[in-house]
Design a protein around this ligand. Structure first.
Ligand SMILES: Cc1cc2nc3c(=O)[nH]c(=O)nc-3n(C[C@H](O)[C@H](O)[C@H](O)COP(=O)(O)OP(=O)(O)OC[C@H]3O[C@@H](n4cnc5c(N)ncnc54)[C@H](O)[C@@H]3O)c2cc1C
Ligand SMILES: O=C([O-])CC(=O)C(=O)O
Length: 337
């Protein structure tokens, strides 16, 4: 019987993944997904969606590897299934290239993607400004398809959806036994977390169907990601910048830097420009605390602050959040229900 009422706040890739994981794995939970914005209006919807991550400074590498591995395997299974076109998940091969040989030549996830290797001198010849490169196959998850697909999966598992803006986590209402907070940058207000800051990212969609491989500069500011309908080119990483409108200087910079890497982009038609605010934090927050709700102390599981890697880590951190929910059910709820 579904006797534990759970509210998941936030319907970006982190919130919807977490809502699905709770609804599918904890049969005692009736899950309500509450958010101001749903697909296609979340930050997640505009992300390039490449599975790739930089290292967070204070999270054990074993934990980061677990998050990455779980997400990669979950999305790889979708990419290799009949659901791939509807879910917008594809395999994507290409290169990350560096102007100087990096100190650490292998990212922590090198053996979790497919066929990771150092590029040969022959391969690097087409990038004359770059001295070192990595070739590998990863995944691309396009949230404008993936989120509606996941939301259907959530409803099929019995989940309910409510669209509303909260001004505090207490606003979910007194009827819930447990709250999971996946509100991304919104946690600055909802969890009073002053560590949260926007990291502005601007990207363009261009028409260049001849491009099949991704190219990413190791500085994280220039990338070309071929997708299902168009190619995402970017980008910017502007910490503390709340502007959501296009910056023409950024657009010109993106076009110039990407054309330098891939000269054929001079022939590509620019289709659109998009700006999003990454939910920046020193480390993602996966943690439990308590909330006073309708006269009761209710556990809150936080799952936010994924910065530039939320699509990559969503499934892995959702599974981590489910463990925290399960722990709360064991420790605190059974006696009261
Ligand atoms: C240009 C760009 C490119 C990117 N490319 C990649 C990439 O290639 N790979 C990758 O892994 N990541 C990428 N990212 C990062 C990725 O977009 C984020 O990490 C991810 O979207 C975070 O997801 P989220 O669910 O935490 O937040 P969001 O998608 O922002 O969702 C937050 C949710 O919380 C809700 N919410 C917030 N406040 C409230 C409130 N007060 N009341 C009710 N609801 C509220 C919102 O309405 C929304 O539903 C990129 C980001 C940008 C900007
Ligand atoms: O850095 C990348 O390659 C894409 C990305 O995740 C971002 O822009 O946040």
């Amino acid at each position: 019987m579904k006797n534990v009422r759970v509210a998941v706040v936030g319907a970006g890739v982190v919130g919807v993944s977490t809502a699905v994981c709770v609804a599918e794995t904890l049969p005692s939970c009736a899950v309500t997904l509450i958010a101001e914005a749903f697909s296609p209006d979340t930050t997640s919807d505009g992300a390039a969606g490449i599975l790739f991550a930089a290292e967070f400074p204070d999270v054990p590498i074993a934990t980061q590897r677990r998050w990455f591995k779980s997400s990669f395997q979950h999305l790889l299974a979708i990419a290799q299934s009949e659901h791939a076109p509807e879910a917008g998940v594809t395999m994507s091969s290409g290169w990350q290239i560096f102007k100087e040989v990096p100190e650490n030549q292998k990212p922590f996830w090198w053996d979790l993607v497919i066929g990771f290797r150092t590029m040969t001198h022959e391969e690097l010849r087409r990038f004359p400004d770059h001295k070192f490169g990595q070739a590998f196959t990863t995944l691309k998850c396009e949230c404008r398809s993936y989120l509606p697909w996941l939301q259907r999966r959530f409803r099929a598992a019995g989940g309910r959806v409510e669209q509303r803006r909260l001004s505090s986590l207490q606003d979910v209402g007194g009827g819930f036994h447990l709250v999971v907070n996946c509100s991304g940058l919104g946690s600055r207000v909802l969890a009073g977390d002053v560590q949260m800051e926007p990291v502005r990212g601007q990207v363009l969609q261009v028409e260049a169907p001849w491009l099949q491989h991704f190219i990413r500069d190791g500085d994280g500011k220039t990338y070309i990601y071929p997708g299902i309908r168009s190619v995402t080119i970017g980008g910017t990483r502007q910490a503390g910048d709340w502007r959501l409108q296009e910056d023409r200087t950024d657009t010109e910079g993106i076009l110039e830097r990407c054309r330098q890497l891939e000269p054929s982009l001079a022939r590509a038609k620019v289709l659109s420009c998009w700006v999003g605010l990454r939910p920046g934090r020193r480390n993602p927050r996966l943690e439990r605390e308590w909330l006073q709700l309708g006269g009761r102390r209710v556990p809150v599981v936080h799952n936010y602050g994924h910065g530039g890697w939320g699509v990559t880590l969503a499934w892995g951190t959702a599974e981590h959040a489910v463990e925290l929910v399960r722990q709360s059910l064991r420790e605190n709820l059974q006696s009261r229900l």
